[in-house]
Design a protein around this ligand. Structure first.
Ligand code: ZN
Length: 377
C-alpha cells in the first residue's frame, strides 16, 4: 500500500517510508477540491457524518505516484527522499481508486497519474473561474479530419450520437457548416466521428446536424454500426521486427510473427506511418507527427494522439485498388482506453508510449510501444 489518509498522521512512520507530511496532504486535498482526481471519478472525499452534527467523514487518500518505500508500486530508486515525499509525487484519490492504482500498476504508470492529476486540478480551476460546475465527461471529439472540439457526450443511441459543444480546438463553426454542406462530395474515409471519452469512433451515415438550444450548441451525428474487428489470436503472419525496428534472421530465415505476438508491431508500424507518405495510399496514415510539431508541449497533444489512435482502431480503410476488403488499420483494437507518452525525450526519432487498449479476443491489454515521430522534435 503506497497511500496514507490525511487523518493517519500518527501511523506508519517507518524510517524506510518517505511519507507525506500533514501539510502536503492537506495541500494536495485542497488543490483537488477534496475530490478524487481519478479520470472521470471526481467523487467528494469529505462530507458530513450521521454520527453527530459536528462530525465529518473522509474517504480521501494522498496516494504516492511513485511508492514511498522500496517494494511499493512504481518505486523509483533514483528519486531523493525529498522528491518522494514532495507534493509533486502525490495525487489525491478516493479509497477505491487509490487501491486500483496499487493492484494494477502496469495499467497506471507514473506518466498517466501525473496527467490525471493535472487534468483534475484544471477542472477544479475552471469551476472556480466560471462559478459553475464543469461537466465531468467533456473530452475531445473529432468530426472529419479538420474539426476537433471539446464537448460533452449527451446521448449515445444506436444510430445517433449527440454532443453539447463547449469550444472548438481545431476548426470553427463555419468549418463544421462547410463540412455538412459538402458532405456528399467527401472522401468516404473522411466521414467519421471520434470520441476520446468513449475510446471509440464510427463512420457517419449522413451529414451531421447542429442547433442552438438554451444549453448551447447541440451537434447530432448519424453513425453506422461498429466496424467488426479481428480476433487478435487470428492476426495474419508478418515479418518480425526487432527492438531496433529492423527485420532479423531467426533459424536461418527472416523471423516471422503472427497472432497476438504481432499486435505490438502492427500498432508500431500503423501509428508511425505518416499520412501522405505512402504514395499508393495518400490518405492512409496518421497525423501524429503533424500534431507533435504543432502542439509540442501543449496539454492538447496527448488528446490529439489518442484521437488519431482511435481513428486507426475504429474507421475502416479501403485501398484504392480495391483488392483487399476494407478493414480497420489496427485490426484487433476495439477501444482505446489511454495512450500516454512516457517521456518527452526521443531516441533518434522514436518516442515511447504506454498503451491501454481493449482488444478483440483478449480484453484489456497494456503495453509499452515506441512510435517513430520525427528526429526534429
Ligand atoms: Zn475515485
Amino acid at each position: 500500500m503506497t497511500a496514507a489518509s490525511p487523518s493517519a498522521d500518527s501511523k506508519k512512520n517507518s524510517p524506510n517510508r518517505d511519507d507525506f507530511v500533514s501539510k502536503t496532504r492537506t495541500a494536495l486535498a485542497l488543490r483537488a477540491g477534496y475530490r478524487c482526481s481519478f479520470y472521470k471519478c471526481g467523487i467528494a472525499t469529505a462530507g458530513p457524518s450521521d454520527e453527530a452534527s459536528d462530525k465529518h467523514i473522509s474517504i480521501g487518500v494522498a496516494a504516492h505516484i511513485t511508492a514511498a518505500a522500496p517494494g511499493g508500486e512504481r518505486y523509483d530508486p533514483d528519486m531523493t527522499k525529498e522528491q518522494r515525499s514532495s507534493i509533486e509525487n502525490g495525487i489525491w484519490l478516493c479509497q477505491t481508486h487509490s487501491r486500483l492504482i496499487d493492484v494494477n500498476p502496469a495499467a497506471y504508470p507514473t506518466s498517466l497519474l501525473h496527467q490525471m492529476k493535472a487534468e483534475h486540478e484544471n477542472v477544479i480551476k475552471l469551476e472556480m473561474e466560471r462559478m459553475k460546475s464543469a461537466p465531468r465527461c467533456t473530452d475531445f471529439i473529432a468530426i472529419g479530419p479538420n474539426i476537433v472540439f471539446v464537448g460533452e457526450l449527451v446521448a449515445v443511441e444506436e444510430n445517433t450520437w449527440s454532443f453539447l459543444l463547449e469550444h472548438f480546438v481545431i476548426g470553427e463553426l463555419w468549418q463544421l457548416i462547410g463540412y455538412i454542406d459538402g458532405f456528399g462530395d467527401l472522401d468516404s474515409y473522411d466521414k467519421f466521428v471520434l470520441v476520446n471519452d468513449l475510446g471509440d469512433g464510427r463512420e457517419l451515415s449522413c451529414p451531421p446536424a447542429w442547433s442552438k438550444s438554451e444549453k448551447g450548441t447541440l451537434i447530432k451525428v448519424g453513425v453506422l454500426g461498429s466496424f467488426p474487428r479481428i480476433d487478435a489470436h487470428r492476426l495474419p503472419m508478418d515479418l518480425a521486427l526487432s527492438d531496433e525496428h529492423d527485420l532479423f534472421i531467426s533459424n536461418g530465415q527472416l523471423a516471422r510473427v503472427s497472432g497476438v505476438d504481432s499486435l505490438p508491431q502492427k500498432i508500431k508500424i500503423c501509428l508511425s506511418t505518416i499520412r501522405g507518405e505512402v504514395f499508393y495510399a495518400p490518405t492512409y496514415g496518421t497525423r501524429i507527427r503533424e500534431y507533435s510539431t504543432e502542439f509540442l508541449g501543449s496539454p492538447w497533444l496527448p488528446k490529439l494522439i489518442k484521437l488519431e489512435t482511435i481513428r486507426m482502431a475504429s474507421i475502416p480503410y479501403s485501398e484504392q485498388n480495391g483488392i483487399n476488403a476494407p478493414s480497420t488499420p489496427l485490426k484487433a483494437v476495439r477501444k482505446v482506453i489511454s495512450v500516454v507518452q512516457i517521456s518527452p525525450e526521443g531516441d533518434d526519432g522514436w518516442f515511447a508510449f504506454h498503451f491501454h487498449l481493449d482488444v478483440e479476443g483478449i480484453g484489456a491489454w497494456v503495453r509499452e510501444i515506441k512510435l517513430f515521430i520525427s528526429r526534429d522534435l
